[in-house]
Every structure is written in structure tokens, then in C-alpha cells.
Ligand binder design. Structure first.
Ligand SMILES: NC(=O)C1=CN([C@@H]2O[C@H](COP(=O)(O)OP(=O)(O)OC[C@H]3O[C@@H](n4cnc5c(N)ncnc54)[C@H](O)[C@@H]3O)[C@@H](O)[C@H]2O)C=CC1
Ligand SMILES: O=C(O)CCC(=O)C(=O)O
Length: 525
């Protein structure tokens, strides 16, 4: 039974869903880094929000971990390259809290326009400072969105409803989408110069870090009001404090900070400044959404291999997964066979699909071929880390999709280029479900690939099979299946046999010494 740890506070629905799926679950929010490291080795899955930091160090201790699920959007608390290298899938829930976070941005925009928190503190302290709190209307003002993805788009929609004019800086926003949203796509400099309000909705990346730097803050319109419900690090906090103090920025509301939890921050106490403790996603609705979604996605992966919203491997929809599963098994077997045949001498690999296979998403098939192939380098390789391992080894991978109709209704062929020339293997599915090898090194041969097998290349000559049978019999090795293929009568032949027992090196040497044998290799699937 797989085990999942929920290490941040999460709606109880998550644990319910894990249990309903036959997964054991422990809920331990608030563990220290060392406490988490000490127990993480027991778990197959880790469900988190933003407090848990999934570092390289934690991943090294996570010897059984298969999946990290982020109940939320931002994954800057997960070292994704390290997770990928370890073969751990990282998933998020990209939509569950978008409306809630957009609403928080709108709420902060109102709060900063009318200084609501400051007015509340003043009023409850017995002052009646009607003249102190002179606000501004949102109607007719220009809102500048930095980032117009899911959350930015919802903010735009709401702001247009409030009769604001919306301009957006987002290099990935297409002109068509901008028209659909009713926003004007602008350059950053234009946005800074024109916006009365700026809200930020991008992830924190090397490109977005400090997007509101000291220089860019200086380029904003005097009296601008700024809201950040995305990530700390998008704004230079010290420069923002100084801009608030000088009056260049009239107000700022931040939900996110460079250092979180933000127990102390340069901005605290600055006039015109409002803070919330990373509450963007904190509504009952959003927390239920993300808890359900993350638990369903993780359960699906742990119990069936289905992949949704993964950040480091191709997704497999519930519709695609059953169709792709036998292909992935076939692809993994073919990758494994070619890897075992040619060892580490591969410089590039081509994965060709034709017939029914050509209509499928090629990425999972490629991932599975590489997972099989890269086993020659590592025992811990899987679909997640195989493409990274292949890249690290400088393996050039090509996907080819043929429209032609071949001899088989569906076919996957894997060709590896080696210093001795190209070597290929191909397979099909019997009954759309059972993987079968149908071609090996250019010769037709039909067999399942399973358990312990022996590959022999030999001269096609009378008496060979008898001698081979006797050699195996003398070693008390029982043959399970036995398949032959040959290039031409009396020419090169290949033989694939499955055996019920492990074949030791001595026996392989004796087979190799038989007359007519060109090559012998043990295979394991
Ligand atoms: N405060 C909170 O509790 C929450 C914060 N968030 C934060 O909000 C961020 C945005 O979330 P979504 O809208 O769902 O993500 P998204 O991926 O749908 O949108 C992000 C947008 O940023 C744009 N972008 C990327 N690089 C950019 C750049 N250099 N300059 C300008 N735009 C750029 C992208 O093109 C994309 O349209 C998340 O990454 C997360 O960090 C999300 C949920 C809750
Ligand atoms: O889980 C939370 O409260 C934070 C949500 C968040 O920041 C995100 O989804 O990116």
C-alpha cells in the first residue's frame, strides 16, 4: 500500500481521498526540516502547500518518493531539476485557487485605494479621522497587469467590470488573447508610465525577479498604487519602502514577501503600506478545490500511473492513459532491448511510430523508450528522469511519425546509431494490449520480451539448434520460449529464447564457443 505524507496544513478532504483510494496517509504539518528529512524515506508521495521546502537535500533522503503534489500553483518551494534527476514527478493544481487569489488582488486594490486597514485601526482606536483618509476611485483608472495568465486574466475581467482600463505586460500574451480579454498588450516601459494601479501575477523566475526594481519603480507614474499577490522577489522591497516614504508610490499592498514567513520586513510600518500573510489562496473554496485536486492527481499516479498537471513529465489524461499504457510497456521493452544489445555506445536514437501508434501523444512513448534504454546507465531510471539522463549523456533523440500503412496495424520502431552503424528493433501490440517484438536488427522475429532471455546471433547452419539445446540441457536450463529469425537461408540468424533459470557467465561462454555463434548476450526484462 503506497504511503503519502501531508506536510502542510491542508483541507481534510485530501486525506479522505487518499484513504478512499487505498493509500495510507499521515498528516504532519509544521515539521522542522530535520524532522521531515528523518521520515521522508517512508513515503511514496508528499503533498505540500508553500511552507514545505522540497530541496535537493530532502530529495536525497526521499528514497521511496515518487511524487510531490503541490496543493496550489507556485512551485518555487520545490527544486524541480533535483526532483527530475531523482525520477520524482512534481504536480501542481494550476486552477483551483486562481479565482480566490484574483479576488484577493482586487480586495487589496480597494484596500490600498481607500486605506481600509489604516482607517479600521484608527477608528477602532477611538479616533474619527474622516479627513485623513481621502481615497481614490477605481473607475476610469488604468490598471497595469504584469502577467496575464490564469490569475491575471481573472483580475482583468473583474477590473473591466469595475470600469477600469486594463493594460498588460506579458511577453507570452498573444494579440488574439489580449483582444478576447479586452486588455491592451503593452511593453513594460509603457505600463510603468501609464498605470495608476499595478498588480503582479507572474511566477518568480530569473526573468521576473525584481521586475519592479528600483529603476522600474522610478519609471512608474507618480501616485501609483501597487499590489503583489504573486511572489515575493518580484519587487525590490527596500526601494518600494523609499518610494512610499517619498510619496512617489501612493500605496502598496503585499501578500507575498522575499522572506516568508515575514516576521520582520523593511516595509513594515511604512505609511501607505498594507500587508497580508500570504493569504491569496486562503478561502474555504480554494482550499477544498486544491486539496481534492492534489489528492486525486497523486492517487491516480500512485495507483494507476496516470499523470495530470505534472511540471516535469508529459501529462497523460484519464482518456489517453488506458490507450497509452500498453504502448508504454512496449516502448519500454524495445528501449530496454536495444540498450542491452548495444550497451552504452549509442550516440542518437530515433523513435518511429506508424499505424494506430501514430495517432497517440508521442511524448509518453518517447519517455518510456528512454526509460528502458537508459537502464544501461542506471537502475533507478524511470519515465521522469530518463529524458534528463539522456540529455546529460548527450544522447540525441528524434521522434518520427509515419502516415503510411505498414504490415502491422500499429508499430513502434527504435533505432540506435552506434559506431557499428544503426541497429533497430520494432514491436506491435496483439489485440491492442499485448506487446510483441516483431523485428530485430532487420530480421523478422516474433516473441514476447519477459524475464530472463538469451540473444544469440549465429550462422544459419544445420545442427546448431541441437548443439545449443544440449548445452543448455547439460546446464539444467529449461527453455521457455524459442524464436528464430534470419536474414537469408544460410546467412545470419538471430535467436531469442526465454529461460526459466539465471544463465551464468560460464554457460554464456560455452554457448559462445559453439561453432557458428557470432554473439551471445543475456537479456533481462
Ligand atoms: N498569493 C498566493 O497565495 C498565490 C500566488 N500565486 C502566484 O501567482 C502566480 C501566477 O499564477 P497564474 O496566473 O495561475 O499563473 P500562469 O502561469 O497562468 O500565469 C503566469 C503568467 O506570467 C507570464 N509571465 C511569465 N514570465 C513573464 C515575464 N518575464 N514578464 C511578464 N509576464 C510573464 C506568463 O506568460 C503567464 O501568462 C503563480 O506563479 C504563483 O506564484 C498563485 C496562487 C496563490
Ligand atoms: O498554499 C497557499 O496558501 C499559497 C498558494 C500559493 O502561493 C500558490 O498556489 O502559488
Amino acid at each position: 500500500m503506497p504511503k503519502v505524507l501531508i506536510s502542510d496544513s491542508m483541507d481534510p478532504k485530501a486525506a479522505e481521498i487518499f484513504r478512499a483510494n487505498g493509500i495510507e496517509v499521515d498528516e504532519k504539518p509544521g515539521l522542522s526540516k530535520d524532522e521531515l528529512k528523518a521520515i521522508i524515506g517512508d513515503y511514496d508521495g508528499l503533498a505540500i502547500r508553500s511552507a514545505t521546502k522540497v530541496t535537493k537535500e530532502l530529495l536525497e533522503a526521499a528514497t521511496n518518493l515518487k511524487v510531490v503534489g503541490r496543493a496550489g500553483i507556485g512551485v518555487d518551494n520545490v527544486d524541480i531539476p533535483a526532483a527530475s534527476a531523482k525520477g520524482v514527478v512534481v504536480m501542481n493544481t494550476p486552477f483551483g485557487n486562481s479565482i480566490t487569489t484574483a479576488e484577493h488582488a482586487i480586495a487589496l486594490m480597494f484596500a490600498v485605494a481607500r486605506e481600509l486597514p489604516q482607517a479600521d485601526v484608527s477608528t477602532q482606536s477611538g479616533k474619527w479621522e474622516k479627513n485623513r483618509f481621502m481615497g481614490v476611485e477605481l473607475t476610469g483608472k488604468t490598471l497595469g497587469l504584469i502577467g496575464a495568465g490564469n490569475i491575471g486574466s481573472i483580475v482583468a475581467e473583474r477590473a473591466l467590470g469595475l470600469r477600469m482600463r486594463v493594460i498588460a505586460y506579458d511577453p507570452f500574451l498573444t494579440p488574439e488573447r489580449a483582444i478576447d480579454l479586452g486588455v491592451e498588450k503593452v511593453a513594460l516601459a509603457d505600463l510603468l508610465a501609464r498605470a495608476d494601479f499595478i498588480t503582479l501575477h507572474t511566477p518568480l523566475t530569473d526573468q521576473t525577479r525584481n521586475v519592479l526594481s528600483r529603476e522600474n519603480l522610478a519609471r512608474t507614474k507618480k501616485g501609483v498604487r501597487i499590489v503583489n499577490c504573486a511572489r515575493g522577489g518580484l519587487i525590490d522591497e527596500v526601494a518600494l519602502k523609499e518610494a512610499l516614504e517619498s510619496g512617489h508610490v501612493a500605496g502598496a499592498a503585499l501578500d507575498v514577501f522575499v522572506e516568508e514567513p515575514a516576521k520582520a520586513n523593511p516595509l513594515f510600518g511604512t505609511p501607505g503600506f498594507i500587508a497580508t500573510p500570504h493569504l491569496g489562496a486562503s478561502t474555504t473554496e480554494a482550499q477544498v478545490n486544491v486539496a481534492i485536486q492534489v489528492a486525486e492527481q497523486m492517487s491516480d499516479y500512485l495507483m494507476t500511473g496516470g499523470v495530470t498537471n505534472a511540471l516535469n513529465m508529459p501529462s497523460l489524461s484519464a482518456e489517453e492513459a488506458p490507450k497509452l499504457k500498453p504502448y508504454m510497456e512496449l516502448a519500454q521493452q524495445l528501449g530496454s532491448l536495444i540498450g542491452q544489445l548495444v550497451g552504452r555506445h549509442i550516440t542518437n536514437v530515433a523513435i518511429e511510430v506508424e499505424g494506430a501508434a501514430a495517432d497517440l501523444n508521442p511524448k509518453p512513448i518517447t519517455g518510456a523508450v528512454l526509460a528502458g534504454l537508459m537502464r544501461v546507465y542506471s537502475d533507478t531510471v524511470n519515465m521522469v528522469n530518463a529524458p534528463f539522463l539522456a540529455k546529460a549523456r548527450g544522447l540525441d533523440v528524434r521522434e518520427v511519425r509515419h502516415d503510411r500503412e505498414g504490415d502491422y496495424h500499429t508499430l513502434v520502431r527504435v533505432t540506435a546509431n552506434t559506431p557499428d552503424g544503426p541497429k533497430s528493433v520494432a514491436g506491435t501490440l496483439f489485440g491492442n494490449a499485448k506487446p510483441r517484438l516483431v523485428e530485430m536488427l532487420g530480421m523478422g522475429i516474433e516473441t514476447e520480451l519477459f524475464g530472463e532471455m538469451i540473444y544469440i546471433a549465429n550462422d544459419d547452419a544445420p545442427g546448431f539448434i541441437g548443439r545449443l539445446g544440449s548445452t543448455l540441457g547439460e546446464a539444467a536450463i529449461n527453455i521457455g520460449t524459442f524464436q528464430l529469425g534470419r536474414r537469408s537461408a544460410g546467412g545470419e540468424a538471430v535467436l531469442l529464447l526465454s529461460v526459466d533459470h539465471h544463465v551464468d557467465r560460464g554457460l554464456l561462454e560455452r554457448i559462445k564457443a559453439l561453432p557458428g555463434v557470432r554473439e551471445v548476450k543475456p537479456l533481462r526484462f
